[in-house]
Design a protein around this ligand. Structure first.
Ligand SMILES: [Zn+2]
Length: 289
């Protein structure tokens, strides 16, 4: 019953990456090859304080988050259409847009805009830190504006990719969760991308029933150092995604279920013994709509 539609969309990730690269080009464009360190820091400060960056970051964050939000909404509509009472589900979802989901969208726009705006400042800080390092002291005579350019922004290709993947997955996860919670859906299935690059700590969670109110500590489950409890997509470079469970009749028992730090394989009867009657989202939808 895998729902590929819940996966994070590549398109948004690429858009984020493109925006970061654009910012990087803009920063590099202002740095002249004869600039010395104070001049470069000066440029970075000018960019950080500029109205253009402010406007651009706000506009970009708005487009990014609303784009994700539209795709997320489409996925929910598809899920609702597959369920036995799609229309009721759809109506309830429409209402949540004006409530908690709308608030979450606003928060995401603001935090992403803030993040983009902070990049030139972060670049300046990193440059200052670097010039205090031994590597720099040993080679200071050979440092030119070109070499400084190479260091600028922590915005290497690899880093920009990491940021865009992580931020896209995080925003997508936040929207999925906000929507699920707004209609009283707590259970979700953890899905990985099922390829070689999946973390071992996430691989053991693939296909496991979890709750937003009791997220697993994936690293602890794998016998590694704890990185906290989180849902899919909420750690750097994670491509996993949550599939909220709305149609319980589609669940194939026995299932592996996570609860209070343990994963156990149980059948429907034991599930009900442990967690109470199988949730009926249509009952909760009545309450929430
Ligand atoms: Zn993952």
């Amino acid at each position: 019953m895998k729902f590929t539609a819940w996966e994070v969309r590549k398109k948004q990730e690429k858009r984020y990456l493109k925006a970061l690269k654009k910012l990087r080009r803009f920063i590099l464009h202002l740095i002249d090859k004869d600039d010395d360190l104070p001049q470069i820091l000066n440029h970075l400060e000018t960019i950080a304080k500029s109205k253009e960056l402010d406007r651009w970051a706000n506009r970009y964050a708005y487009t990014f988050v609303t784009g994700l939000q539209e795709e997320n909404a489409r996925t929910w509509r598809q899920a609702a259409a597959k369920s036995s009472q799609g229309q009721r589900m759809y109506n309830a979802l429409q209402k949540t847009l004006r409530g908690p989901v709308g608030d979450r969208v606003q928060e995401l726009i603001e935090s992403n805009a803030q993040y983009i705006k902070s990049i030139p400042q972060t670049a300046a800080k990193e440059l200052v830190q670097f010039t205090a390092s031994k590597a720099y002291a040993d080679n200071r005579n050979t440092y030119t504006a070109d070499k400084f350019k190479g260091l600028t922004a922590g915005l290497t290709e690899k880093h920009a990719k990491l940021i865009s993947r992580t931020e896209t997955a995080k925003a997508h996860a936040a929207l999925t969760q906000a929507r699920a919670e707004s209609i009283g859906v707590d259970w979700y299935i953890w899905h990985t991308c099922e390829d070689q690059r999946v973390r071992s700590a996430h691989r053991i969670l693939d296909g496991v029933l979890c709750r937003f109110s009791d997220n697993p500590h994936p690293e602890l489950l794998a016998g590694k150092a704890d990185r906290g409890a989180y849902s899919p997509g909420n750690i750097y470079n994670c491509r996993c995604y949550a599939e909220p469970v709305i149609e319980w009749s589609l669940i194939q028992w026995p299932m592996r279920v996570h609860s209070a730090g343990r994963i156990t394989r149980i059948n429907k009867r034991d599930f009900e013994k442990q967690f109470g009657k199988i949730p009926n989202p249509y009952e909760t939808i009545e309450q929430y709509s």
